[in-house]
Design a protein around this ligand. Structure first.
Ligand code: FAD
Length: 304
């Protein structure tokens, strides 16, 4: 219930614009968000990326945004991603850029999202950078997968995220292994109807393991993206992290101890960094999936 309330608050435009205009609240909430985001600017994202690379992590970097409705805003987001790729490339950060297709046009026209994705992948290719496509609400799954499949034939440097909680993912993952791109398996961050998705449960963890096993056994590039310690322990016991094409990936600010442990054991360990002014929705996602974070957020807000 707390999670649902937080998601409703996150999507309420009145609350969002009130907070953005409030000179008192905005900096306080930004302070709380900084537990999970690197900052509002690309520069802050790049500084954090270099710091993490220096510590031996791989990185993904996302310019935060989703559900962009205006054509101009989608074009601007695409331009920001192009600049990000350019700056990463010239700084020899041959890593991963993550994005939501709804940030670059999916809601307006799938052709726009496809064209922009190709433009980004082309630029990324010249710098040996990977573009990782996030997975969004189930209403967008078909469009996202279709765009990915069309693009991935020509650009092996594009990867795709699969949500273990969707029942359909068991079939999707077989098809996706026909394409060269890395597959990132997550549990799923969106509230979905129970006839198409599982809630957090042993059943979901078993499904997660099943998907991981299929991709590992096919020798396909894989990112295991979870902070679930018992689940990671099961994955470790099966030695899946020791495969060279497999990596573990976690969100910045969430269970850094677990990711450090994986890195210290010699496993490729990727940290998912974000920056941008649209951090509010990202913060709400992180609070909603783990409402205990609300206490941390409040403590961050009142601490000097
Ligand atoms: P859970 O069962 O949710 O949590 C397990 C444990 O992890 C918790 O008990 C807690 O200890 C810790 N934990 C989990 N979340 C938090 C948190 N917010 N704060 C503090 N502790 C926490 N979802 C999508 O739907 N689409 C995507 O494209 C997508 N991309 C992702 C990329 C990466 C690299 C990662 C790591 C996650 C991504 N997610 C995405 C989010 C994902 O679906 C889950 O919502 C999120 O990872 C939490 O699930 P979990 O696997 O950690 O397991």
């Amino acid at each position: 219930q707390a999670a649902q309330a937080l998601k409703a608050i996150a999507r309420n435009e009145h609350i969002k614009s009130y907070l953005q205009q409030s000179e008192e609240l905005y900096p306080l909430i930004l302070q709380a968000a900084k537990r999970f985001i690197t900052g509002e600017s690309k520069q802050e994202g790049l500084v954090a990326a270099k710091e993490m690379l220096g510590k031996g992590y791989a990185i993904s970097l996302e310019y935060i945004g989703e559900n962009t409705k205006g054509e101009k805003e989608c074009r601007e987001a695409k331009e920001e991603f192009l600049q990000l790729i350019e700056e990463m490339g010239t700084a020899s950060i041959h890593q991963t850029v993550s994005l939501d297709l709804s940030h670059i046009g999916l809601l307006i026209d799938t052709e726009i999202a496809y064209d922009y994705l190709i433009e980004l992948a082309e630029k990324a290719k010249s710098y040996n950078i990977t573009i990782m496509v996030s997975m969004e609400e189930s209403s967008k799954t078909d469009d996202i997968l279709n765009i990915y499949k069309k693009a991935a034939r020509h650009y092996p440097n594009i990867g795709i995220t699969v949500q273990a909680h969707l029942y359909r993912s068991l079939e999707d993952i077989h098809e996706l292994m026909d394409y060269p791109g890395r597959i990132r398996i997550v549990k799923g961050a969106y509230q979905e109807p129970c006839d198409i998705a599982m809630p957090r449960s042993k059943e979901l963890n078993d499904r997660y393991l099943q998907l991981v096993e299929q991709v590992v056994k096919a020798n396909h590039p894989l990112s295991i993206a979870t902070h679930d310690e018992p689940l990671i322990r099961q994955i470790e016991q099966r030695h899946y992290l020791a495969y060279p094409q497999v990596e573990i990936e976690m969100l910045y600010g969430i269970r850094p101890d677990l990711l450090k442990h994986a890195k210290d054991n010699g496993y490729t360990s990727r940290i998912y960094l974000t920056y941008g002014q649209e951090w509010y929705l990202y913060l709400c996602h992180r609070l909603a999936e783990y409402p205990e974070n609300l206490y941390l957020a409040l403590a961050d807000m009142i601490q000097p």
